[in-house]
Ligand binder design. Structure first.
Ligand code: MLT
Ligand code: MN
Ligand code: ZN
Length: 306
């Protein structure tokens, strides 16, 4: 399979429009060596064939499509390589881009869990809004361990698992998580035999989650925050990482520790990186530490062959 990172930043992107934290101000001024990033999304297609699956529809989707020719193969007057969209949660940074796909001539094929579909019909009713445009052909993502496929995308199958995380602030279960509010996905290519574990929002690593990570050839996981109190310390927010469903990278029980325990051959990548995270600064000690641990921070436009 061929994976294109469309957006590697967390909610708000990098730099964030209203933020003057050291990273955002520094990248704007050119005094910090860092790459701007759009919001969290990947596009995955098989080795043979142009059509693929969009994982998460970010508010930056139009810019991402313009910047990635593989998404516009131009085979007809109106065309797209997006055969279907899969959502891992119902948050603004992953679902708002659905509004931008409304000009389709046929209903948008969409895979999400029941709890995400509910939030996207009530709290942020994008699915109801789209019914006045192209409409949505929604397929439930089951959490029973069975894989699903996206018609028109041969060779690939996808298996979801529930994760510890947070539903969006407009969800009635923001504070009482329901299974399916946040999922991780194993993307499997039966032709190459390779797999990716993809979880841009991951609040805790339970034994089944670690098992899924350890059996994949590559992992692309939550890179939101370096420390639990990152936003508090910078004074940009009162929210702590774990409180909003993100396992920080550093410290005891942090993401780096878990990634270090994976088999030596596993490729380790971080995605959904918040603009406050010091790993974005390529001259920072935190960036160097990450690289020494063999962990790659994803960048927009990066491609991965598995
Ligand atoms: C999150 O992942 O915690 C959210 O996407 C943050 C946000 O965009 O408000
Ligand atoms: Mn998010
Ligand atoms: Zn910032």
């Amino acid at each position: 399979m061929r994976i294109t990172v469309l957006g590697s930043a967390g909610g708000g992107g990098f730099p964030q429009w209203n933020c003057n934290c050291p990273n955002c101000a520094g990248v704007r001024a050119g005094t910090v060596r860092a790459k701007p990033r759009t919001q969290s999304s990947i596009f995955v297609r098989p080795d043979h064939g142009e059509d693929g699956v969009l994982f998460n529809a970010s508010p930056d989707i139009l810019e991402q499509i313009r910047g990635s020719p593989v998404l516009q193969p131009a085979r007809a007057l109106r065309d797209t390589a997006i055969a279907g969209v899969v959502l891992i949660d119902g948050q603004v940074d992953h679902a708002t881009g659905l509004f931008m796909l409304r000009e389709r001539a046929s209903p948008l094929p969409l895979w999400c869990t029941d709890s995400v579909a509910e939030d996207l019909s009530q709290g942020n009713p994008v699915l109801r809004v789209l019914s006045h445009y192209c409409g949505v052909a929604r397929h439930p993502i089951a959490l029973d361990g069975n894989a699903f496929e996206v018609p028109g995308v041969p060779d690939l199958s996808f298996r979801a698992m529930p994760l510890t995380g947070k539903a969006a602030p407009y969800s009635p279960h923001r504070e009482q998580q329901v299974a399916g509010d946040n999922i991780g996905l194993t993307l499997f290519d039966r032709r190459s035999g390779k797999s990716l574990f993809y979880a841009p929002g991951l609040g805790a690593i339970t034994p089944p989650v670690f098992e899924a990570m350890a059996t994949a050839d590559a992992v692309m996981v939550d890179g939101t925050f370096w420390t639990d109190d990152e936003m508090v310390r910078l004074g940009v927010s009162g929210k702590r990482a774990r409180e909003i469903g993100h396992l920080p990278q550093s410290g005891e029980g942090g993401m780096i520790e878990w990634l270090t325990r994976l088999p030596a051959a596993t490729r380790r990548m971080l995605i959904h990186i918040n603009n406050t995270n010091p790993i974005l600064d390529e001259d920072s000690d935190e960036h160097a530490l990450l690289r020494r641990a063999g962990i790659e921070p994803c960048e927009d436009g990066m491609t991965i062959q598995l």
